[in-house]
Design a protein around this ligand. Structure first.
Ligand code: PLP
Length: 372
């Protein structure tokens, strides 16, 4: 099988000996010195766990928590219309959702064009037909909103739509609240099933509640839905593989039956999810990460403006979350890699977290050079 494109790019970058190389490939947060960051609150939680004389490594059950995504006062929680199960990070939550839907609510799965590279593979692996719906307009570098709505209207009744809860990967472009409302209205009319993938809660705005707005709105509108959560990015717990799949259903009886099916599915795949990361999850340090990324967006934009780089670059600051879809071509990506040792995906996506005070100017110069 061909190597995964992201890991291939990463390995190429690791092997590059040039001291000025810039790694903008993988979506993993870096601090201003370009180093991985262990959140102070995670360090603290870890120290507490290690110091606790009663801490142990027992199995600790399969249920997860829906409070972070739905909000502690969600009507779905108070009326027990939900179920949540721990998964192996976001990928595991996506796969569990795909297997569940494949068995109990099979339909064509619509994914955004473009999307996280694993979406088509995961739903394909669960034997569901996968097609794209339009999301990004390369000409305007904004949401392809009218076509998106047409795609929603024209999809067969009862289709499954994969929605990025916030900080869309790879474009860094989310619908506005008004647009979400219109999307929800059409989905309701057409009886489409919402599957939210939430890998960056907190990264868009620095606020966990704000970033859960779309999911909570759909819950309030009475949808049955699934939501996959990754705690890799927002807690910096990438390799600890903490995640959760939450389902909201029409009543508590359906939720209980769904819970038993979630349990049956995980029992024959992973059984217990990894516990260390799940025990560590806390919420303090998101703002630091979101703010530094926003600052880097501004710096890229300001440098490009100073350099009088041809073209409109406002999308760099209007996009949100960890990624930016620069809009440069495959050829330009390759040219920048070979001249400047800057690594970004072929479609021109950069992980903003790879930029810092010492490399952001050179990155802007590389963009300036390649578009001239
Ligand atoms: N979903 C999206 C949209 C992502 O971008 C990612 C990671 O890049 C994931 C899910 C899952 O990542 P993980 O399995 O590391 O939690």
């Amino acid at each position: 099988m061909p190597e995964d494109p992201i890991f291939k790019l990463l390995n190429e970058c690791i092997a590059d000996q040039d001291p000025t190389k810039i790694n903008l490939s993988v979506g993993a947060y870096r601090d201003n010195a370009g180093k991985p960051w262990v959140l102070p609150v995670v360090k603290k939680a870890k120290a507490q766990l290690l110091a606790d004389p009663n801490a142990n490594h027992e199995y600790f059950g399969l249920d997860g928590s829906a409070r972070l995504i739905l909000g502690p006062n969600s009507s779905a929680i108070t009326s027990k219309r939900y179920t949540a199960i721990q998964t192996v990070s976001g990928t595991g939550a996506n796969r569990l959702a795909a297997d569940f839907l494949s068995r109990f609510r099979p339909a064509t799965v619509y994914i955004t064009n473009p999307t996280w590279g694993n979406h088509p593979k995961i739903f394909g692996a669960a034997h569901l037909p996968v097609v794209e719906y339009q999301y990004w307009n390369p000409q305007t570098r904004t949401l392809n909103y009218d076509i998106l709505l047409d795609n929603l209207r024209n999809a067969a009744r009862g289709s499954i739509f994969v929605l990025h809860a916030c900080a869309h990967n790879p474009t860094g472009l989310d619908p506005t609240q008004e647009q979400w409302k219109e999307i929800a209205a059409i989905m309701k009319e057409k009886d489409h099933f919402p599957f939210f993938d939430c890998a960056y809660q907190g990264f868009a705005s620095g606020d966990l509640d704000k970033d859960a707005w779309a999911v909570r709105y759909f819950v309030d509108q009475g949808f049955e839905l699934l939501c996959a959560q990754s705690y890799a990015k927002n807690f910096g717990l990438y390799s600890e593989r903490a995640g959760c799949l939450t389902g909201v259903f029409k009543d508590s009886d359906t939720a209980q039956r769904a819970r038993s099916q979630f349990m049956a599915l995980v029992r024959c795949s992973i059984s217990n999810a990894p516990g260390f990361g799940a025990k560590i999850v806390d919420i303090e340090n998101l703002k630091t990460m979101a703010n530094r990324i926003t600052l880097m967006r501004e710096k890229v934009y300001n440098h490009l403006t100073e350099l009088k780089t041809p073209g409109n670059w406002t999308h760099i600051t209007s996009q949100i979350g960890m990624f930016s879809y620069t809009g440069i071509s495959v050829k330009q990506v390759a040219a920048i890699k070979s001249k400047f040792h800057v690594y970004m995906t072929d479609e021109g996506r950069i992980s903003m977290a790879g930029l810092n005070e010492s490399n952001v100017k050179r990155f802007a110069e590389a963009i300036d050079w390649v578009v001239r």
